[in-house]
Write a protein that binds this ligand. Sequence first.
Ligand code: COA
Length: 172
Amino acid sequence: MNPIYERSRTVTVRPARADDVEIVRAIRNHAIEHSTALWTQTPQSPKEAVGWLAAHLERGSAFVAEADGEVAGFAAYGPWRALDGYRHTVEDSVYVREGHHGLGIGSALLTALIDAARAAGHHVVIAGIEAGNAASIRLHERFGFEHVGMVPEVGTKFGRWLDLTLMRLPLS
Ligand SMILES: CC(C)(COP(=O)(O)OP(=O)(O)OC[C@H]1O[C@@H](n2cnc3c(N)ncnc32)[C@H](O)[C@@H]1OP(=O)(O)O)[C@@H](O)C(=O)NCCC(=O)NCCS
């Protein structure tokens, strides 16, 4: 059996659909409100969520995990930086719904995302992770992402400075 599914046998990952927009927005906004995973305190509006997902649907770069028939997380990749010289590098994001952490869902999502980014011909995946986010760092290490740097105090939230850990996975 694929080790990814050992801890959560009912998880399936599929490409995101337009009708996933509200649950994906809810998962994202929960992370915005309660964590330093996303460095903003401004929730995503319904309109912004539609625009964000539409861009991903167009290039096939968003995925959702269903556990027991319900969406339990999402993952997406997009350009790391805007200038065209960076076009072979993408940045990933993975979010698992509260109450479903530690069950292998993040791993199942990241598997699908890496497969898709490789199939799309990308060269490198970057993860930019708040340095104290042990779960995300462990998740990425598990897939072979290497630590390539830590940039101190480049963000702020909840009244403190945030450090950014950069991790890198070559795809080709
Ligand atoms: C980070 C996140 C996506 C991981 O997803 P998950 O479904 O909980 O992860 P998995 O169950 O697939 O576990 C992956 C690895 O991380 C480890 N892990 C999970 N939670 C952990 C924690 N709190 N601390 C340390 N390691 C942890 C697991 O043990 C596993 O490693 P192992 O194979 O060596 O045992 C999830 O915790 C999450 O959504 N967090 C909030 C949003 C977030 O931080 N997203 C990432 C932004 S960069």
